[in-house]
Design a protein around this ligand. Sequence first.
Ligand code: ACM
Length: 530
Amino acid sequence: MRFRLSAAILICSAAACTSKAPPRVTPMPTPSPQIESAALTLVPLPQHVERATGSFQFTSATMIYAEEPFTASARFLSDLIGLAFGAQPPRVERAVTEPPDGSVVIRRSSPLRAAGGEAYELQISPNRISIVADEPAGAFYGVQTLRQLLPPAFEYEALRAPRRNVPPVPVPAVLIQDSPRFPWRGAMLDVARHFLTIDEVKRYIDLMALHKLNRLHLHLADDQGWRIEIKSRPNLTTYGGSTEVGGGPGGFYTQEQYASIVQYAADRFITIVPEIDMPGHTNAALASYPELNCDGVARPLFTGTEVGFSALCVEKESTYTFIDDIVREIAAITPGPYFHIGGDEVKMLTPPQYQAFIERVQTIVQTRGKQMIGWDEIAPTNLLPSSIIQHWRPKTTPAEAMAKGVKVIMSVASRAYLDMKYDAATPIGLTWAGIVSVKTSYDWDPGTAAEGVPEASVLGVEGPLWSETLANIRDVEHLAFPRLAALAEAAWSAQASRKWEDFRVRLGAQNARWTALGLNFYRSPEIDWK
Ligand code: ACM
């Protein structure tokens, strides 16, 4: 989509700005270094950045006026600014027709509807900051862009203490008009191989929101652990959830805890995508319920990292009752439309057994009101047009499924797997899909990444982070950042405006913000960290 603009549009990169429309009648003012640097701090790169003169001054008197349904985004901004200026965060008030000078205004503009619910316009002028959107997600993204133009120190928890006599904080004048390239901008956490606490998952959600990511795929069951309470099958968590890779204590989320993650994510416009991997990667279930095995004998718990040795007994009718219980209970606490069934790396079944299994599970998922997602091994099966393939194997293509009308999430391991090492010296991570430098994760086009998959069939991009070698959230952060920010830009920003040399400068400018957030990011030598 394109926005209609009354003035020249400058598309700014680190190197230069190029005019895309007839020049203004009056010459453009010379940009101040401060404004130049403002455009350089934004990741992902917005669609249009038009520079202006002057700056807005944030002070202790700044108020935020917001109309419903945008007050949640207004409060997010107020919480972010917090006590940086005084005894209380900026007040959030109902929108008024004539907000006083010096305010932030967040309001609805239906002309933006054509640009989609995630589109927004952010205008910063010396007397006002205005964010307009048609839907709450757009307003939230406008706030995230404004956030990246505020001093990084605002992200620092200690700043939430009251301060006095703080000088006004200037925010550079600019007009930004923005909307994403793809609707699916995701990340995946493997909480099965190594468990993450609810607070750790919420921290990842926060980091995703800063980069306008909108899908968090949770890999909730694998050979090493079952992580989501299923009330009708309690052994799955009490026994199957009791360990992890390396023999640690594992853990699981109760349904109430899972619901709290879902809500926390929804408040940040992130949809949770639950995955229960099947028919393989199921040892934790096979250990918990003997009847899921063809020989009726429970398997021992597993804390290693081999793959491909486990499979549900697909010939038993009771296996499908089990799957229906799982899908039913998880679907009931998952407001998002998706249910991921895994389907990868199945070595214990014949191709006809595998195909029949996937098609039957697809019906169960559909009956429980969800759209099925599966890793790209499901491509040859009879998929419904609403089913989605997650493409991960670099040397294959799911092209054969295109005639069925399915959509594809691009997670090609050689680009998007965040658990690959950055270079030979990375102490954690794997290398089976190669070394994935920051540039490698950035410099590709998701629209052409799989032969025979047209851009119109690409739903978006997702960065999976498998946790065989990750012990805790510090490890997670180290492998995810900066590459998750690179994938966020690949998913959000127009391909033609994405340039590695420009990105590495904007990425380098994240140093102060990410440091203030306490993020354990990899200070890649490919980037000039500011
Ligand atoms: C996968 O990496 N086995 C989907």
